[in-house]
Ligand binder design. Structure first.
Ligand SMILES: CC(C)(COP(=O)(O)OP(=O)(O)OC[C@H]1O[C@@H](n2cnc3c(N)ncnc32)[C@H](O)[C@@H]1OP(=O)(O)O)[C@@H](O)C(=O)NCCC(=O)NCCSC(=O)/C=C/CCCCCCCCCCCCC(=O)O
Length: 718
């Protein structure tokens, strides 16, 4: 709702009240309309200030209302009422003015912002455009290029930048509401003719066509199939080519197109999913709201390879004191240099002070004796990690958390090496650890709830999105990667090429297809794991070469590794590169010949494989594993899996995540297609729909927010 009060006798004050961000719900919109009428009708009131409660102007339209039938006064007439007012209306912008909140401010005649406020049009990230006049007013106010930048990227600007751009009239370090009241008094009685942005002509720079052409190219390059950015460009184009009223009609038409799209639904689902994962729960009943994190001031990182360096930087930038340990002098000094460089670049980019003095380097693991939390980041080798955990258990002070950055090894086995297994938890960072936003917090059966809470909170302090997951091989992300990769290998055996598979996945929206990713991360990584699992057979011919444990196995990756083709680092992998370390993947005729030879050797006849089969086999096998993970209680809900896949594995955000995508395709359809492929390839693993997927499909494709009810039922009946 909105509160009305009178300040200093002549200023009517409208205060938006809808915690936590004063979103423009139906009640708030109704309140604004009613209070505007009241302020305009009271003769003593000479000017109006609009502000938000609790230091937040407005976070925009209430996204929670988007799924339901719209009630209350619409936004567009509301902003027109404000702009058309006969008394000056001043927006007092504290905290945030985002989306519809900024549109509300632009309909006011003046805008006063606090210096710490941020402003922006983030609608594009929700699959929308600023649909309450934002695309028509902003270019009129700040020009086409700047408006295109803000609207198509959704980036937030500081109050200082907003002032520079001309979005706000004044910036204050003092109380912005008081400043707005004073300002409102000072403009009482002045003509408002020049203050109504909708009446401004839209600037037409001479190179207008080139500007729009460039903007379109830019969004096509970065949007990877997302429709909102290009539609935003079209809406701004209407501001230049049409009179305001017609431009508004066009904005409405384009907004409706986006609003009803699957992409908008996916992006809005993802917005809430990313927040839902902080309300974590574990399979044994620990929960975010009943588990108190422990205080952590000093942390340590053991092992300063690529991951350890990134983790050290993340910790230091978040303000933790860090002890960084690498046992070899030479490697320690190299790591120190690399970490310093990363900190310097980070400080420059983010305009924050350097955090060098937060880090102490040491060659001795004894240096971690007084820390509150250790993150082990040594090589992915169970024997080595076990030794480290035995040492840590003996050295660390009582109560210190012992965390591992393993990407898939058994947390419980590591915990069993220590005297306090309840203090052990996985903190699986993604490379580069100081850049990637995702953190999988892996709890074992013995991890204490407080330890999980502490690791989750540490992630948040480092600016990560932390997702709590159970302990199993590969946890959530890497476990789902396995069937996805396997299907891609089988498709090559059956007649596809790496470039064909990658093209299909990239058209779907992945930044890189599965084979390019494999080349980037190194084929030897998976080879090492398969070797330690006893899957890599020395004899690579005969029928046994393609069978493991009674199931179909593709040794293609192993064969490439045997030939020294480890991907980008060796200049050859599934693709060829101009040099070792090269980045540009080119199809490799050698590989095509090799695949032909391989098929001939194993009596396989290449067939034409279409786009649909590539997509369905790769994605549905991955999705099926996601359902198995839910069934096993490794992830608490589909949101956890979706956030992991979007933030850690490049799943296109506008498709919501693999579980959301499955729901959009239709779970019955996913089951039907998996069964279809399973019938054709009965010995290929990963194609048999798991029982939870079947059950949900059979219960009539419930909406994704209802899945938890079905998932939890079997457990409550135990
Ligand atoms: C920066 C933030 C605001 C705050 O960040 P932070 O402090 O970190 O806190 P969070 O954890 O993110 O958030 C705290 C809780 O607040 C919830 N929240 C945040 N913003 C909103 C919101 N806008 N609505 C609802 N709830 C919100 C959040 O979920 C958290 O709660 P919980 O933990 O999930 O419980 C940050 O939150 C942020 O960035 N928020 C998003 C801001 C944003 O994107 N704003 C833009 C919203 S879209 C908009 O404004 C659109 C305007 C145009 C509307 C035009 C209407 C035209 C009507 C025409 C209708 C046509 C229909 C067509 C159909 C047809 O034709 O048929």
């Amino acid at each position: 709702m909105a509160l009305y009060s009178r300040v200093s006798g002549s200023v009517g004050m409208i205060t938006l009240q809808n915690p936590p961000v004063n979103a423009l719900s139906a009640a708030v919109r109704q309140g604004i309309v009613d209070m505007m009428h009241r302020a305009l009708s009271e003769p003593e009131v000479k000017s109006v200030v609009i502000c938000g409660q609790n230091g937040k102007f407005c976070g925009g339209a209430d996204i929670r209302e988007f799924g339901a039938k719209m009630t209350g006064p619409p936004l567009v007439p509301m902003v027109h009422l404000i702009e058309a007012a006969s008394k000056p209306v001043v927006a007092a912008i504290e905290g945030i003015a985002l989306g519809g909140g900024l549109e509300l401010a632009l309909s006011c005649h003046y805008r006063i912002a606090h210096s710490k406020a941020t402003l922006g049009f983030p609608e594009v990230a929700l699959g929308l455009l600023p649909g309450a006049g934002g695309t028509q007013r902003l270019p009129r106010l700040i020009g086409v290029p700047a408006a295109l930048d803000l609207i198509t990227t959704g980036r937030h600007v500081t109050a200082a930048e907003a002032r520079q751009l001309g979005i706000v009239d004044e910036v204050t370090d003092l109380n912005a509401v008081d400043a707005a009241v004073k300002f409102a008094q000072s403009v009482t009685g002045k003509s408002l003719d020049a203050r109504r942005i909708s009446t401004y002509p839209c600037p037409r720079p001479p190179d207008l066509d080139a500007i729009f052409e460039r903007a379109m190219q830019q969004v096509r390059r970065s949007a990877r199939g997302a429709i909102a950015p290009g539609t935003c460009v079209q809406a701004v184009h209407a501001a230049v080519t049409l009179p305001y009223a017609k431009g508004m009609e066009r904005e409405r038409e384009l907004f409706s197109l986006l609003f009803t799209s699957g992409q908008a639904r996916a992006l809005q689902y993802y917005f809430f999913a990313q927040r839902a994962v902080s309300r974590w729960s574990t399979a044994n009943g620990a929960r975010w709201d009943t588990s108190k994190p422990r205080p952590v001031r000093k942390a340590a990182v053991i092992g300063l390879g690529t991951m350890g360096r990134g983790i050290t930087v993340s910790l230091a930038q978040a303000g933790f004191s860090v002890v960084a340990v690498e046992t070899q002098e030479q490697q320690l000094s190299e790591a120190k240099q690399a970490v310093s460089g990363m900190l310097e670049r980070g400080a420059k980019r983010r305009g924050v002070p350097l955090a060098h003095d937060k880090i102490k380097y040491s060659c001795s693991v004894q240096a971690v004796a007084d820390v509150d939390l250790v993150i082990e980041a040594v090589f992915e080798d169970m024997a080595l990690k076990k030794t480290v955990f035995q040492q840590l258990s003996a050295i660390c002070k009582p109560g210190a958390l012992l965390c591992t950055n393993t990407s898939g090894l058994d947390i419980d086995e590591l915990a069993s090496q220590t005297q306090s297994p309840e203090l052990v938890v996985g903190m699986h960072f993604f490379a580069p650890a100081h850049v990637m936003q995702l953190l999988e917090v892996v709890y074992g059966p013995r991890s204490s709830p407080e330890v999980v809470a502490t690791a989750m909170q540490m992630g948040k302090k480092m600016g990560k999105v932390s997702v709590a997951v159970g302990n199993c091989r590969g946890f959530v992300g890497n476990r789902m990667l396995k069937p996805y990769l396997e299907q891609a290998f089988f498709l090559l055996e059956e007649g596809a090429t790496p470039e064909q598979v990658d093209q299909v996945l990239e058209e779907f929206g992945f930044a890189m297809g599965v084979f390019k990713v494999s080349d980037l991360s190194g084929l030897d990584v998976g080879w090492k794991v398969r070797k330690s699992d006893g899957l890599v057979s020395p004899a690579s011919t005969g029928t046994s070469a393609r069978i493991r444990g009674g199931s179909r196995y593709s040794p293609l990756g192993d064969l490439l590794c045997e030939r020294g083709r480890f991907g980008q680092k060796t200049g050859r992998g599934w693709f060829q590169y101009d040099k070792p370390g090269g980045r540009v993947a080119k199809p490799d005729p050698w590989l095509h010949g090799f695949l032909e030879e391989y098929r001939a050797q194993h009596g396989l006849v290449a067939r034409r494989i279409d786009h649909q089969e590539v997509l369905e086999r790769c994605l549905y096998a991955l999705i099926n594993e996601g359902f198995q993970i839910l069934q096993d209680g490794i992830a608490a809900g589909p949101e956890d899996i979706d956030v992991i896949y979007v933030l850690g594995y490049g799943w296109p955000r506008h498709r919501g995540g693999p579980m959301f995508y499955a729901g959009q395709v239709g779970l019955d359809k996913v089951v039907e297609r998996l069964e279809h492929y399973q019938q054709i390839h009965p010995d290929v693993p990963g194609l048999q729909p798991c029982s939870l997927l079947r059950k949900l499909a059979a219960s009539g494709n419930p909406a994704i927010h209802k899945w938890r009810e079905v998932i939890q039922k079997p457990r409550s009946q135990l």
